[in-house]
Design a binder for this molecule. Structure first.
Ligand code: C2E
Ligand code: MG
Ligand code: MG
Ligand code: MG
Length: 278
């Protein structure tokens, strides 16, 4: 009996794996077609606000509205694009869209997520600088977000890119901070300007498990290292207040605003520093 149970469970498991694999293959095929067809992707913009509600930056978030098999979360199609060699083209397209939008809207800063795969390319810095040149966006107003989740390799190309981009004035942020294994290693190895405290910490603020103390320690440490600190996934006023108490004053999350289409973002008219009525 026990053996039979084990066998049937094993079958279900492999079927589920097959389904997952089949879905990834479909996504890969559809992504390829969408890239060839052009005009199939969108960028949404989520506001990042400071403590008085002024716009500090916006984060560009890729969307694939017409995906043939129904909506695909960005995490999934981006992972497929990374595995199948399409992320460079897709990532460059997002960068161009986002920089053009930021320049058009005179945004104080635009944050763009960058895959570790893009950073490994010897062409990456030149591509970024060409986009800045074409769109007229000053490098200081571009922030590239690297995620701590996927291993940044310590290869020469990654180091070179980050060094050259920083030397050109581009800002580097570490996304999903404190979720990876390496915690502070990246900050040390890669000359980071900004850390983004992951939502999994923000959502546990005020609980009894010591999260507040951990976040406070991260914020203090970050500030001591001269880093700017942004809290991600802020959903409630209580979380915002806890963060202010802890010393973190820049927020992103549904409480402040969801990711919005270009038009909706423009229509929302987020006040920029110095523009708010007294
Ligand atoms: P991320 O860079 O950490 O982006 C923040 C994610 O949290 C976004 O999910 C955003 O919609 C979501 N979010 C923001 N505020 C809240 C909140 O208050 N509550 C909750 N529950 N969620 C919130 P999204 O847009 O689904 O993107 C997921 C991830 O996909 C991003 O995480 C990023 O790692 C990746 N991604 C998105 N666009 C790009 C891109 O253009 N290039 C690359 N390489 N990765 C991207
Ligand atoms: Mg991000
Ligand atoms: Mg993040
Ligand atoms: Mg996150």
């Amino acid at each position: 009996r026990a053996k039979l149970d084990g066998r049937s469970r094993f079958c279900i498991f492999t079927e589920a794996m097959d389904d997952g694999l089949r879905r990834r293959h479909e996504i890969e095929r559809d992504l390829r077609l969408a890239l060839a067809a052009g005009d199939q992707f969108d960028v949404h913009y989520q506001p990042i606000l400071d403590r008085d509600g002024s716009l500090f930056a916006a984060e560009a978030l890729l969307r694939w509205p017409g995906a043939p098999g129904g909506p695909v979360p960005p995490e999934l199609f981006i992972a497929v694009a990374e595995e199948s060699g399409m992320i460079e083209e897709l990532g460059l397209w997002v960068l161009r869209e986002a920089c053009a939008f930021a320049q058009q809207m005179a945004l104080p800063k635009i944050s763009v997520n960058v895959s570790a795969v893009q950073l490994r390319s010897v062409r990456f810095t030149a591509d970024v600088l060409a986009v800045l040149e074409d769109t007229g966006l000053p490098p200081e107003r571009l922030e590239l977000e690297l995620t701590e989740r996927c291993a940044l390799d310590s290869g020469a190309a990654t180091h070179r890119n980050l060094k050259d981009l920083r030397a050109a004035g581009v800002m580097i942020a570490l996304d999903d901070f404190a979720t990876g294994h390496s915690l502070l290693q990246y900050v040390r190895d890669f000359d980071i300007d900004v850390i983004k405290i992951d939502q999994s910490f923000v959502s546990r603020l005020g609980s009894v498990d010591g999260t507040d103390q951990v976040v406070r320690a991260l914020v203090d440490l970050g500030h001591a290292m001269g880093l700017e600190i942004i809290a991600e996934g802020v959903e409630t006023e209580a979380q915002r207040e806890a963060l202010i108490g802890i010393g973190c004053h820049i927020f992103q999350g549904y409480l402040l605003g969801r990711p919005l289409s270009r038009e909706a973002f423009r229509g929302a008219g987020f006040p920029q520093a110095g523009e708010r009525p007294a």
